[in-house]
Design a protein around this ligand. Structure first.
Ligand code: FPP
Length: 233
């Protein structure tokens, strides 16, 4: 398997972590138990990403569309975030992981967004791996927010791609090389719309709680066999 410094290892991997609910249903459990199991998968995959030498990992953790879910599930997800931020950050810090948040996180709950900002500050000088939790994130909303930022800055047109890109949520993070979606659906669901213009896609039927290091290795191997041409013949 690929190791650190391997040129076939994507620099930035984004993941749509889908299938938690179906994983729980299959076992006769409440949906939140699927999310809880999914949280453990996050820990394993961050570890594996670090070992492989991936430099940026974006995790679609709560989409702007997820507000349509039952209030109990939304509150359960919020609680898992609190737990994650309290209990897993130290281990990530020890690995030299820098933690970032992308999305309209302020609307996700003031206690969580405050905690998230503290974690960003605490880990900001780490350089081994950057993990971006996309929370209350939507790709279209990100573009709209960038345009509104331009308007509030009274930037004069015509604007360029670079000018707009600089107003995205985490403009210093390079575009994703590889986007993975678990859970069997074949769509992008408003994830990194602007940034994924030239990304490779990898879809698997495996539910997120069952995704593991070996499955990530499989996705990376698949990616390493592709030829990326960026529109050039
Ligand atoms: C999609 O599964 C998953 C989510 C909406 C949330 C993702 C959350 C986690 C992986 C756990 C929390 C993570 C952290 C870092 C605290 P789904 O519910 O849409 O599954 P389904 O399609 O089978 O119903």
């Amino acid at each position: 398997m690929a190791g650190k410094d391997d040129k076939n290892v994507p620099r930035h991997v984004g993941i749509i972590m889908d299938g938690n609910g179906r994983w729980a249903k299959k076992r006769g459990l409440a949906r939140i138990m699927g999310h809880r199991a999914g949280m453990e998968t996050v820990e394993e995959i961050v570890d594996r990403a670090y070992n492989i030498g991936i430099k940026h990992l974006s995790l679609y953790s709560f989409s702007t569309e997820n507000w349509k879910r039952m209030p109990a599930e939304i509150e359960g997800l919020r609680e898992l975030f609190r737990i994650y931020l309290m209990s897993k950050v130290e281990k990530m810090y020890a690995r030299g992981v820098k933690i970032r948040f992308s999305g309209r996180i302020d609307a996700f709950g003031s206690d969580i967004s405050k905690h998230a900002r503290n974690v960003e500050e605490y880990t900001k000088n780490n350089t081994n791996l950057e993990v971006v939790f996309c929370v209350n994130y939507g790709g279209r909303q990100e573009i709209v927010d960038a345009v509104n930022k331009l308007l509030s800055e009274r930037v004069e047109g015509p604007i360029t791609e670079d000018v707009l890109r600089d107003r995205m949520y985490v403009p210093d993070v390079p575009d994703p090389d590889l986007l993975i979606r678990t859970g069997g659906e074949l769509r992008m669901s408003n994830f990194l719309l602007w940034e994924s213009a030239y990304s490779e896609y990898y879809f698997t039927d495996i539910y997120w709680p069952d995704f593991n290091s070996a499955e990530l290795d499989k996705a990376i191997l698949d990616y390493s066999r592709r030829e990326r041409r960026y529109g050039v013949a």
